[in-house]
Write a protein that binds this ligand. Structure first.
Ligand SMILES: [Zn+2]
Length: 588
């Protein structure tokens, strides 16, 4: 967020979003706005709009939107500070020299860069061990056996950690103190004796890079039968497992170009797939995908083919990841590789045995996630009613996440046929579940537009930009809680809070506190062509809301009366009903 008075804020004030976006998208003036082809989704007719005075962009097709920094972050795939710098440079605003940081920040930054440097040195060390030692020779033979030739080894920086127990430690300790060595995760401390030793011993090493290509951790596979088979770096100041996707640094371009990702479990899988010429592959490095990893991936593409191991752990990881991906609006397909002989096949084994052509073919035909789930459900015992119920309950949470109602209905029919359950029963369960979770089910962008009544849209617009009477309007709305229960309630709440804060209302800051769906609706409303609002109009909108409020109240009262005609409070309810009816009649 651009805090008031900060450099980011100054850049935002001075930057012209039309000019900045115009460097990436061909924009045409259209009414108050500028429009063009959306750079974030493929389209033939323009649904991407930039608002020159509100300094925001919004796509009516895919729903993306935000301010000039958000746009540059998405386009350049960079972080916020970098986006500020880019925008400042494009607009000819001088970037101040790195501001004096607090001693603490300076220390942390310094520590991080030392740790990254240490990883670079460890990488050189491991590579040399693989190339030039007797032990390394055995490791090379193993790699060759796994189909990894010299080329692959150098391409992916594969190395070897020797068995001695302190070889790396001895290599590093003249340059780094003990504390840093332990903090790097490359060296461990023996709990009882306090002695230091190498974390990775007699293992093949795979450097793990962050998004910008800096090595921040290692994954290591045991050469012999040592346990665990795979050992990774621990969490350190430069590495957090849930923030990093293996191969992301090299996959970026391909992800963007091809607009889909193949998600695999381990680095061996990622390497095998990448070696087959498919570079848009990333590995979660661990069985479950974490939310920050999904967000990272989502900056490059929203389409994923999940190709996890077919074992039980892989299956449940697939299902967990599916749920998370769907929640983040990803379009998901699942590739479940067929067994080879009686061996379950991960991507690495499959490509080695069957070749890349076969893998590509299966990849192309990978079914949508619902098909995959139906197959899984059919593996359950469907002979009893109880078993069927279990299968339906297994599927339900996923089906509910299908945003499109028609599609959801089609799937219900298919599930009913495939599982041989009574369709009306299934539909009832589905619609019940859908009502209970309506707020969580994402709405398609084209449906959002109809979500709010004109009166609500108008009032929202006024709260956002009627400088003259916004505060007064916000007070009135808040006192009577007129927006309570409306579909736009959350937007109203955010705008009322912003209006009463006394600061100018910034669309992107209000949008930032809203859920994606509400943010889209808010932006759509802000982009509508509209006349200058007046106080009279505001008052008539408020009256309309009051009327609807009274109608809703009347319906509630009526329901209470009918539900329990013998209740002691009946008298009070009837009086209330009379009063509401009088009010409604008077308003007519
Ligand atoms: Zn778009």
């Amino acid at each position: 967020m651009a805090e008031a008075g900060s450099f980011a804020d100054r850049v935002k004030q001075q930057a012209d979003i039309v000019r900045v976006v115009g460097e990436y998208v061909r924009l045409k003036k259209s009414g108050q706005n500028f429009t063009g082809l959306c750079p974030f989704h493929a389209e033939k007719s323009p649904s991407f709009a930039v608002h020159p005075t509100k300094q925001i962009y919004h796509c009516f097709g895919c729903g993306v939107g935000g301010d000039v920094f958000k746009f540059v972050m998405e386009m350049e795939k960079c972080a916020f500070p970098e986006a500020i710098r880019i925008v400042a440079e494009k607009c000819g605003i001088a970037v101040p020299r790195q501001k004096e940081r607090s001693p603490e920040e300076r220390k942390e930054n310094h520590q991080r860069s030392v740790l990254v440097e240490m990883h670079r040195e460890a990488q050189t060390f491991f590579v040399k061990q693989l190339e030039g030692t007797l032990e390394g020779k055995a490791a090379r033979a193993y790699l060759e056996d796994r189909g990894l030739d010299k080329d692959a080894i150098s391409q992916f920086g594969i190395g070897y950690a020797p068995s001695g127990g302190d070889a790396l430690l001895r290599h590093l300790k003249s340059k780094y103190n003990e504390k840093l060595l332990v903090e790097s995760g490359l060296v461990s401390r023996d709990q009882s004796a306090g002695r230091l030793f190498d974390r990775f011993r007699r293992r093949i090493t795979f450097p793990i890079s962050n998004e910008s290509g800096k090595i921040v951790a290692f994954g290591a596979r045991a050469l012999g039968d040592d346990m665990p088979k795979y050992l990774n770096s621990p969490e350190t100041p430069v590495y957090s497992k849930s923030n990093v996707l293996y191969h992301m640094d090299r996959a970026k371009d391909a992800l963007r170009r091809q607009d889909f990702a193949i998600l695999v479990e381990g680095y061996m899988d990622a390497i095998a797939v990448a070696r087959a010429g498919i570079s848009n592959v990333v590995a979660s490095c661990g069985t479950s995908l974490a939310e920050p990893q999904i967000k990272l991936l989502g900056r490059f593409t929203k389409r994923v083919i999940v190709n996890y191991d077919p074992d039980t752990a892989g299956q449940s990881a697939t299902e967990r990841s599916l749920a998370l991906l769907l929640e983040h609006d990803f379009e998901v397909r699942v590739l479940a590789l067929p067994p080879i002989g009686n061996k379950k096949a991960d991507p690495d084994l499959f490509i080695r045995e069957r070749g890349k052509e076969e893998y590509l073919k299966l990849l192309k035909d990978a079914p949508p996630y619902v098909d995959y789930l139906i197959v899984r459900a059919r593996q359950m015992d469907l002979t009893t009613g109880e078993g069927k119920l279990r299968a339906v309950n297994f599927l339900m949470p996923y089906v509910q996440r299908i945003p499109n109602r028609i599609l959801r209905s089609e799937w219900a029919t298919r599930i009913a046929q495939q599982l041989r359950v009574d369709e009306p029963v299934l539909r009832a369960a589905l619609s019940k579940a859908a009502t209970e979770r309506r707020s969580e089910v994402r709405t398609q962008p084209e449906l959002v537009g109809r979500a709010a009544k004109p009166v609500e849209r108008r009032l929202i617009r006024m709260l956002a930009e009627a400088e003259g009477f916004r505060v007064e309007l916000a007070k009135q709305l808040q006192n009577a809680r007129l927006y309570q229960g409306l579909e736009t309630e959350k937007i109203f709440v955010a705008l009322v809070i912003a209006s009463l804060s006394g600061q100018p209302v910034q669309a992107t800051e209000v949008g930032a506190v809203l859920e994606d769906r509400d943010r889209r609706l808010l932006f759509e409303i802000l982009f509508e062509e509209a006349n200058e609002p007046t106080w009279e109009e505001a008052m008539s909108c408020i009256e309309a809301l009051q009327h609807r409020h009274a109608e809703r109240e009347l319906a509630d009262v009526q329901r209470s009366i009918e539900a329990n005609p013998a209740a002691p409070e009946l008298r009070g309810l009837l009086e209330k009903k009379q009063e509401l009816m009088r009010r409604l009649a008077a308003a007519r």
